[in-house]
Write a protein that binds this ligand. Structure first.
Ligand SMILES: [Zn+2]
Length: 197
């Protein structure tokens, strides 16, 4: 049995606002009894933080089929611009879709290839690094020549760029109502995916 997470990434929050937004969301979840202020390092494997908020007494309210006898692991809150990957390690996204013309650039040509084509991935990778370091990075589309911010490109499920992410480790699936309210409170576009460590 592996360790699973369900992740919600805020795609639009700025790095400057991410900490305040994180605190506001944690305050809300603590006030509802879904989380505790207490943190733990147990059974969580987020790449950029090593402890998370422990599930609170009412945690099962926001999970489908929550077995109250089996406490989920902590919720890790990652603040700061990062690329978030659904799987173990940092496997490049399979493709990227241009926000201007909609053309898809294939990065990993499954099933012929299992790794990113270095020449295709390089400009995306460089733009992600530039964005992480400075807040701005862009890539030109090979189909329409339009250069778009890396954060506007569309990614396949399981890959997201954002300055604030919440990883629910070992939780049963979160309810649609919770995810909807969570998203409304963030006030931005989100990416919502699951992954396995
Ligand atoms: Zn294009």
């Amino acid at each position: 049995m592996g360790d699973y997470f369900e992740r919600i990434v805020d795609l639009d929050v700025t790095a400057a606002d991410a900490q305040a937004s994180a605190e506001r969301m944690i305050d809300w979840m603590v006030s509802r009894g879904w989380l505790l202020r207490e943190t733990s390092r147990e059974a969580m494997y987020s790449l950029h933080v090593d402890e998370g908020y422990v599930a609170g007494p009412a945690w099962a309210e926001i999970a489908r089929n929550g077995d109250v006898d089996r406490m989920p692991a902590p919720v890790a809150v990652t603040v700061g611009r990062n690329a978030h990957y659904g799987g173990q390690g940092e496997i490049a996204p399979a493709d990227a879709k241009c926000p201007s013309c909609g053309a898809t650039t294939v990065i990993i040509d499954y099933p012929q290839a299992w790794e990113a084509d270095p020449a295709v991935w390089q400009p995306f990778s460089a733009a992600i690094d530039a964005w992480r370091d400075s807040g701005a990075g862009a890539v030109a589309c090979t189909s329409c020549d339009t250069t778009s911010p890396i954060t506007d490109w569309r990614w396949p499920w399981g890959f997201a760029l954002g300055a604030l992410a919440f990883d629910f480790w070992g939780w049963p699936p979160l309810t649609d109502e919770f995810v909807a309210e969570f998203t409304a409170r963030l006030g931005h576009r989100v990416d919502h995916h699951t992954g396995k460590f």
